[in-house]
Design a protein around this ligand. Structure first.
Ligand code: CMC
Length: 427
C-alpha cells in the first residue's frame, strides 16, 4: 500500500499522507491541502469525503457487510438485546451481566418524563407529524437539565445518555395516544425496553394488555438493525451540530430532523404509502417501475437504492426474512407483502435497476413488519429514530473524545462580483 500520494498542482509536486483503517479502507489525508496549495476539494453530497475516522461501525457497500464494533449485524440481530447493542455502540464493548443489569435499571429509572413536558406537547395539533414533535421534545429536554452545558464529566454524560434512552420511547408513544384520543400510558419498570414501548403504545386503561413475545422480539430485531450506520445524513448532522459544542439533546434533535427526510429515514413511511397506492391501483408493479425509470415523472421507487450499498443492503435481507416469519407467526396475510415481493422481483430483472445497482434497502420491508405490529404508518420513521438513538449518542461521544475542530466546510463562490450599491429609489 502507498503510504503517501503525490499531487502535481500548477507544475509543483505535493505529497499527502495515506491513512488506512483496520478493514483496509484507504484515504488521502488532505487536511493541509489548502494551506499548502491554495486549492480545496469539491465533493457534492460528500460521495468521496471521509469526515472522520471512527471505531464504531464498519460497512462494506460492495460486499454488503455491516459490523458494529467488529460484530456482524446478523449475529447481533439474531442473538442480542437492543440495549446490549446500545451499550456496545456507546461504550465500545458488550456489557457483562452486572454492567447490563445496572445499565438497563438506570434506563428504566429515567423513563418517566417531567410532567411539564406535557404542556409543551399539548400545544401540538393532533395531526402534527410525530417526527417534528420528537425533534421538538428532545431539544426541549435540554431546558429541563440546564446543568448540562457546564458539567461534561463522564458521570454527567452517562446520566444524559440514560435519560435520552429512557425517555425517548415514552415521548414517542405520546403522539400515537393523542392521535387516538386516548390518555398516555406511563412506563412500567417491570417490563423490558421493547415490551415497555409496546405497552405504552397499545395498553388502554379499560383492559389488560399483554405484550406478545413475537411482537417484542420482532421489534428488538428491527431496533438493532437500525442502531447505527456510520456517517449517514442524520449521524453526520449530529456530529456537525455537536462539533460546535452544542449539547447532546440539541445535537440529537437535529439528527431527528435530518432522519425525517424521505430520502433518508422518512423513506419507510413513503414505501408503505407507495405499496398501498400500487395495491389500490390494481397491483400493477410494472406501471410503477416504468414511472420510476421516467426521469420526467419526478417519481422514485422508495426503498430502493443506497448511497453506499451497491450490492445489497444486509439489513434488508434480514428484515425480508423476518417479515415472512413475523406475518406467519402472527397469522397475518398482508397483500402488501406480495406487492413488495413482486416489485423486488421485477426490479431484479430490469436493466435500469440492475445497471445502477439499485436493490431494496433497509426501509423496503421494515414497514411491512411495523404494520403487522400495529404501528401506524406516520410513526415508522419514529421507530427508525428509536433504533438509531444509541448510534447517534455513540457518534456524539466519539466526536467529543476526538476533540475535533468545528465542522465547517468551504465552498467555491460562483455568484456575481464587483457590484456597486445603488440606492433603493434608483433601482
Ligand atoms: N428509483 C429510481 N431511480 C433511482 C432510485 C430509485 N429509488 N434511486 C436512485 N435512482 C437512480 C437515479 O435517478 C440515478 O440515475 P441516473 O444515473 O440515470 O441519473 C442513479 O439511480 C443514482 O442515484 P443517485 O440519486 O445519484 O444516488 P445517491 O447515492 O445520491 O442516492 C438514495 C441514494 C438512497 C438517496 C437514492 O437511491 C434514493 O432516492 N432512493 C429512494 C429513497 C430511499 O429509499 N431512501 C432510503 C435509503 S436507506 C435508509 C436511510 O438512509 O435512511
Amino acid at each position: 500500500m502507498e503510504t503517501s500520494v503525490k499531487m502535481i498542482i500548477e507544475g509543483k509536486e505535493y505529497e499527502f499522507p495515506v491513512i488506512e483503517g483496520t478493514e483496509s479502507e484507504k484515504a488521502i489525508d488532505i487536511s493541509n491541502l489548502r494551506a499548502k496549495t491554495g486549492y480545496i476539494t469539491i465533493d457534492e453530497g460528500f460521495k468521496n469525503t471521509g469526515s472522520t475516522t471512527s471505531d464504531i461501525t464498519f460497512l462494506d457497500g460492495e460486499e454488503g457487510i455491516l459490523h458494529y464494533r467488529g460484530y456482524d449485524i446478523e449475529d447481533l440481530a439474531e442473538k442480542a438485546e437492543f440495549l446490549e447493542v446500545a451499550y456496545l455502540l456507546i461504550y465500545g464493548e458488550l456489557p457483562t451481566v452486572d454492567q447490563y443489569a445496572h445499565f438497563t435499571q438506570e434506563i428504566k429509572y429515567r423513563s418517566l418524563v417531567n410532567e411539564d413536558m406535557r404542556k409543551i406537547f399539548d400545544g401540538f395539533p393532533v395531526n402534527a407529524h410525530p417526527m417534528g414533535v420528537m425533534s421538538s421534545l428532545v431539544v426541549a429536554m435540554a431546558g429541563f437539565y440546564p446543568e448540562l452545558s457546564k458539567d461534561l464529566s463522564p458521570e454527567a454524560l452517562d446520566l444524559h445518555i440514560r435519560r435520552l434512552l429512557g425517555k425517548f420511547p415514552t415521548l414517542a408513544t405520546w403522539t400515537y395516544k393523542k392521535s387516538q384520543g386516548h390518555p398516555p400510558n406511563y412506563p412500567k419498570n417491570k417490563l423490558d425496553y421493547c415490551e415497555n414501548f409496546l405497552n405504552m403504545m397499545f395498553a388502554l386503561p379499560v383492559e389488560e394488555y399483554t405484550v406478545d413475545p413475537v411482537v417484542a422480539s420482532a421489534l428488538n430485531k428491527l431496533l438493532i438493525l437500525h442502531a447505527d450506520h456510520e456517517q449517514n445524513c442524520s449521524t453526520s448532522t449530529v456530529r456537525l451540530v455537536g462539533s460546535s459544542k452544542a449539547n447532546l439533546y440539541s445535537s440529537i434533535s437535529a439528527g431527528i430532523s435530518a432522519l425525517w427526510g424521505p430520502l433518508h429515514g422518512g423513506a419507510n413511511q413513503e414505501v408503505l404509502e407507495m405499496l398501498e397506492e400500487i395495491m389500490n391501483d390494481g397491483g400493477d408493479v410494472q406501471k410503477y417501475i416504468e414511472k420510476a425509470k421516467d426521469k420526467n415523472s419526478g417519481f422514485r421507487l422508495f426503498g430502493f437504492g443506497h448511497r453506499v450499498y451497491k450490492n445489497f443492503d444486509p439489513r434488508a435481507k434480514i428484515i425480508k426474512k423476518a417479515a415472512d416469519e413475523v406475518l406467519e407467526k402472527l397469522g397475518i396475510n398482508d397483500p402488501i407483502l406480495e406487492i413488495a415481493k413482486g416489485l423486488e422481483e421485477a426490479t431484479l430483472k430490469d436493466d435500469y435497476f440492475v445497471s445502477r445497482k439499485l436493490y431494496p434497502n433497509v426501509d423496503f420491508y421494515s414497514g411491512i413488519i411495523y404494520r403487522a405490529l400495529g404501528i401506524p404508518t406516520n410513526m415508522f420513521t419514529v421507530m427508525f429514530a428509536i433504533g438509531r438513538l444509541p448510534g447517534w449518542i455513540a457518534q456524539w461521544m466519539e466526536l467529543k473524545e476526538q476533540k475535533q475542530a468545528i465542522g465547517r466546510p468551504r465552498q467555491i463562490y460562483t455568484g456575481p462580483v464587483g457590484k456597486k450599491f445603488v440606492e433603493i429609489s434608483k433601482r
